[in-house]
Design a protein around this ligand. Structure first.
Ligand SMILES: [Zn+2]
Length: 62
């Protein structure tokens, strides 16, 4: 009687620092590409590509 079989697989949006309007930009911790975040942004910053890949990994893809 449940309609929520996939609910626990939903990816959680990770908190991200605000995007910087201008540089210097922080480098992605995975591929070292420039990100859209300021160099002074706290925490781990990922470029759009790695962010997307992380999102895929966090999704219920097996
Ligand atoms: Zn990257």
């Amino acid at each position: 009687m449940t309609m929520e079989s996939g609910a626990f697989c939903a990816p959680e949006p990770a908190p991200r620092p605000p995007k910087a309007a201008e540089g210097p930009y922080a480098r992605c911790v995975l591929c070292l590409e420039p990100t859209e975040y300021a160099e002074s942004a706290p925490g781990i910053v990922l470029c759009p590509v790695c962010e997307w890949q992380e999102a895929q990994r966090n999704a219920c893809s097996g």
